[in-house]
Design a protein around this ligand. Structure first.
Ligand code: SAH
Length: 260
């Protein structure tokens, strides 16, 4: 045993099942020894030990828990492994600016949405994400439009990444078992990630639209102060969840052109 006692407030559920850990690590596309990978929340290294067998140029471990950090420092001493103690949400590794990173992790479930918002902010540097998270959140991220669970993250992630649900994982394979089911997903950055619209406005419209997801966009977007003449158009009679990423891009174009 690793001797690190799991802490609930850090969302620590250590993966016990080697086969599942291997399946997660295998899901990362690996195209040679020039790649850098960031693992979020390595804990006691269930994934790290398998990652370290692949010839990554650099493996960056970001972990907030001091006990886990001590464990990792003792067990992972290879030159290509960099151990960073800190909160992933607050760190901006310098590597973000220099390379195309992959991210892997059995995410702390309480902050997984925030992790994805951060991924979106750094989409230029992050080419791929393979991660485990709460099943419902995984489904929400990968949901197509028209689906009840389709939401802000489905649109924002879907604008820049292709998303894929890989497999589900039951609670029993963790210590301690979480109260929820888990799912592993994969995000792969699209070839073209510059949207043909004002991206800040796009984000604002998506967020505002889903604030009141039951209302028509005509009503939900009222705080953005759009001219009545524009909101007469048919698209404003729809609700936020009915629009695809492309629809949101068109809507943003419409709104920005009107403003000019
Ligand atoms: N990867 C390990 C542990 C997963 S549990 C395994 O599969 O067994 C989630 C891990 O995320 C814990 O180790 C926890 O300490 C860490 N963590 C929680 N919040 C974090 C944060 N804000 N930044 C970095 N790591 C965090």
């Amino acid at each position: 045993m690793h001797g690190v006692r799991p802490k609930k407030f850090l969302g620590q559920h250590f993966l016990k099942d080697q086969n599942i850990a291997q399946k997660i690590v295998n899901a990362i596309s690996f195209s040679g020894n020039n790649e850098t990978i960031v693992e979020i929340g390595p804990g006691t290294g269930a994934l790290t030990v398998l990652l370290s067998k692949k010839l990554f140029k650099e493996i960056i471990l970001i972990e907030i828990d001091r006990d886990s950090i001590a464990y990792l420092k003792k067990h992972f001493t290879a030159d290509n492994i960099k151990i960073v103690e800190g909160d992933f949400l607050k760190l901006t590794p310098t590597d973000y600016s220099i390379s195309d990173l992959s991210i892997i992790g059995n995410f702390p479930y309480n902050i997984s949405s925030q992790i994805f918002f951060k991924v979106i902010d750094h989409k230029n540097s992050i080419k791929e994400v393979v991660c485990m998270l709460q099943k419902e959140v995984a489904e929400r991220i990968c949901a197509p439009h028209g689906n009840k669970t389709y939401g802000i993250l489905s649109v924002l992630i879907g604008a820049y990444y292709r998303t894929e649900i890989l497999f589900n994982v039951p609670p029993e394979v963790f210590n301690p078992p979480p109260k929820v089911d888990s799912t592993v997903i994969k995000l792969q950055r699209k070839e073209n990630i510059s949207l043909e619209c004002d991206e800040k406005l796009f984000k604002k419209i998506v967020k505002q639209g889903f604030q009141n997801r039951r209302k028509t966009l005509r009503n939900a977007l009222k705080p953005i102060f759009l001219p009545m003449e524009l909101t007469k158009e048919e698209i404003f009679s729809k609700r936020a969840e009915q629009l695809s990423v492309e629809d949101y891009i068109h809507l943003t174009q419409k709104i920005q052109n009107w403003k000019i």
